[in-house]
Design a protein around this ligand. Sequence first.
Ligand code: NDP
Length: 444
Amino acid sequence: MNYVDRVLADIDKRYSNQPEFLQAVHEVLESLRFVIDEDEKRYESNAVLETITEPDRQIIFRVPWIDRNGNTQINRGYRIQFSNAIGPYKGGLRLHPSVNLSIIKFLGFEQIFKNSLTGLPIGGGKGGSDFDPKGKTDKEIMSFCQSFMTELCKHIGADTDVPAGDIGTGGREIGYMFGHYKRIRGLYGGVLTGKGLSFGGSLVRTEATGYGLIYLTREMLEANGYDIAGKTVCISGSGNVAIYAVEKAQQLGAKVVTVSDSTGWVYDPQGIDLAALKEIKEERRARLTEYKKYHPESEYHEGKGVWTVKCDIALPCATQNELTLEDAKILVKNGCIAVAEGANMPSTADAYKFLQTNGVLFAPGKAANAGGVATSALEMAQNSERLAWPFEKVDEKLREIMVNIFHKIDEASKLYGLEKDYVAGANIAGFLKVADAVMAQGAV
Ligand code: NDP
């Protein structure tokens, strides 16, 4: 059995109860075959694949907090420190009832390659909890965040591990966690990113993942002879990534016609009203059913359905495995030319393969949504310098990083005779730097 197959068989056996983690590992290792084949002995004798698929450390802990009735509630907290081969662990904290070890491991594993692609010195990690922030009061959120940080603070630091936001963790949660870290550790440093602007946050961090997604999508379209202006775009989700993807796509002349949340979706043929969307989601933290009050001519549908709307570009920005083979078939039938992932692993493996074989340009999340973590690294740089850069400077750096990522993955795909396979390109380009660092640092 060759090296890749042996490692995959071993991981399949060992982690059969971690489907999301296995899905992510298969996707990456399958596309590394050409690279490994070139120098199999060296990779195998250094156990490079085993090293990058086994986290450095997995921290799991109890999170007790007090609800509005004075009762104690218990959740489970996680921090997976996956790889610090090229820099301190870096990756977000997800707060959602679906969170489990498999999901956090898949996200941490993806983060290794994403962070490598940014060209910045950051390793891979991820964390979170099965806590559900929906419907909680601010006091309950604070109680949870402080308890979560009471344990997490033992394991993180500006030069060791720097968490950030993700699903369910926005500016409010990062603020509470930062405040509590500062109180317990007595340190005012860049230990979390996504901080408020008044206490060390970076301009553009809020917009970064959505903006970065559109910068990369535009570059991919242009490299293939298309212009983003005038295109019809379907977006899923209505959280941080989705909102700023809508904003930048509209600024560049595209028309976004859908958004969604976990209960339903909106189709507005006139184009999504960004101000209304921000008011509903960012200010009132309400459901998308409210959108119809602003635009009675728009449609609201319960459940899933965003990908049934005819579009040129599809941008899944909600959660993992939300774009299935059935959805991919409809997108192809409707003449979609490009899919770029704002969320992490939103397309199932059979879906993205179907899109690719039917000529749809496909940018995987680890490249397309890397703008968030890249700007987090810029926040770390500003914190170390004790400086705050202007919006234009950060935005320009973000744009440059996303353009570079596209060309890196494009070149890597061409180098291995896999032209336009940006999934393989992203995995290969991300892997090469990490593998080099792993081998140079010896058996650690
Ligand atoms: P938010 O919590 O701000 O928004 C998530 C959105 O997705 C909401 O509209 C939410 O609906 C919807 N959603 C979440 N879970 C589900 C589900 N199981 N089924 C249907 N809809 C769901 O998160 P973000 O925008 O920050 O993150 C979205 C994705 O982007 C995630 O995959 C995340 O890992 C990824 N990402 C985020 C980055 C960032 O900087 N924030 C960076 C890189 C990747 P509802 O409100 O109803 O729950």
